[in-house]
Design a protein around this ligand. Structure first.
Ligand code: UDP
Length: 331
């Protein structure tokens, strides 16, 4: 075999779906995950699991050598925006500094391709909607800044060393593997669709709606929700692009180019479950932009990739099925 793809954070939500997409496409995979927020049972048994921090140079360099790693997909990191405001150094450690170590290990180990989990939070309050990759990046929280700093390192390292990269700027990731192999298992999740399906399955009694006075279709915040399996497939396509054109790197918005308001999302959950979740209308959450939608023309042009589950009810249906699986398993 030609060696493996290293997936950091492969025991987590998006990473575990990327592992499935890679395996389904015939790649071999080695996961590096410290299992702080991930779960060993979320890693497909066809993958090798190395339990280590991505900043553990000895463990990472050993895995690169032993598994002849030819590409790294880097999902590991901390992802809760309000936590990043309260504890910024955790984000500069787990995201920026850990990524610096991992890139150094990649260069030292001669790994030619690197795919990075970036975020629409790098834009801060976007200059315009839909937002384009070349628009100003002025993060409004440490989470977004920690990821933007990682993008800057990749840009500079790719200019100096034989490595190319794709940074995918994720919009709002939701849903679960359509055949039920993985999903969002995060304890104490803060993301809207996860919270809504928790309410729909009786794990919580209501959903708070943060802000009703935004300048949007119905006053609630609008986001571009992308199905996690489409996002995982985009990573596999990005790997193929990096291999085909080793001189070129890419920063790409990963979204569908359309938005739904909080109320529209909750309407979809009510529709899919044929129930009515209680909504508690509350004030705005700090740092929430009114509207965040991807201009996705660049990713559609660059990758051999087509969204397959770009329908809000489909996303909610898959998220709900996984939530029921978690409940059945007592998790
Ligand atoms: N939101 C909400 N109630 C919740 C969680 C989120 O009204 O319990 C809103 C939030 O204010 C934003 C949208 O839903 O307008 C998406 O928020 P989420 O935390 O899912 O993702 P973010 O866009 O902050 O990355």
């Amino acid at each position: 075999a030609a060696g493996k793809v290293m997936v950091t954070g492969g025991a987590g939500y998006i990473g575990s779906h990327a592992v499935l997409a890679l395996l389904d496409a015939g790649h071999e995979v080695v996961v590096v995950d410290n299992l702080v927020t991930g779960f060993d049972w979320a890693v497909d048994p066809r993958a090798v699991l190395v339990v280590a921090n991505v900043a553990d140079d000895a463990a990472v360099r050993g895995a690169i050598r032993d598994h002849r790693v030819h590409a790294i997909m880097h999902f590991a990191g901390s992802v809760v925006v309000p936590e990043s405001v309260a504890d910024p150094l955790k984000y500069y450690r787990n995201n920026t500094a850990a990524t610096r170590s991992l890139i150094e290990s990649a260069v030292a180990g001669g790994v030619p391709h690197f795919i990075f989990s970036s975020t629409a939070a790098t834009y801060g309050t976007p200059a315009r909607v839909p937002v384009q990759e070349g628009d100003p990046t002025i993060p409004i929280n440490p989470y977004g800044m920690s990821k933007l700093m990682s993008e800057a390192m990749l840009r500079d390292v790719a200019a100096a060393h034989p490595i190319n990269y794709a940074a995918l700027r994720y919009f709002n990731v939701a849903g679960a593997d359509p055949v039920g192999r993985s999903g969002q298992s995060t304890v104490g999740a803060t993301h809207l669709i996860k919270i809504a399906v928790e309410a729909a399955t009786g794990r919580r009694d209501a959903v708070s709606v943060f802000g009703t006075d935004f300048d949007t279709v119905d006053g609630t915040g609008v986001r571009d929700y992308i199905h996690v399996s489409d996002l995982a497939a985009a990573h596999v396509a990005a790997l193929e692009l990096l291999v085909a054109n080793p001189a070129d790197s890419h920063i790409l918005n990963a979204g569908y180019g359309r938005g739904f308001s909080v109320n529209q999302v909750l309407d979809a959950v009510d529709r899919v479950t044929n129930r009515t979740i209680e909504r508690r209308y509350e004030g705005r959450r700090a740092g929430d932009p009114a509207e965040l939608i991807a201009d996705n023309r660049a990713i559609l042009a660059a990758l051999v990739w087509q969204p397959r589950r770009d329908d809000l009810d489909t996303i909610v249906t898959d998220a709900l099925a996984w939530e029921r699986t978690l409940a059945e398993r007592g998790r």
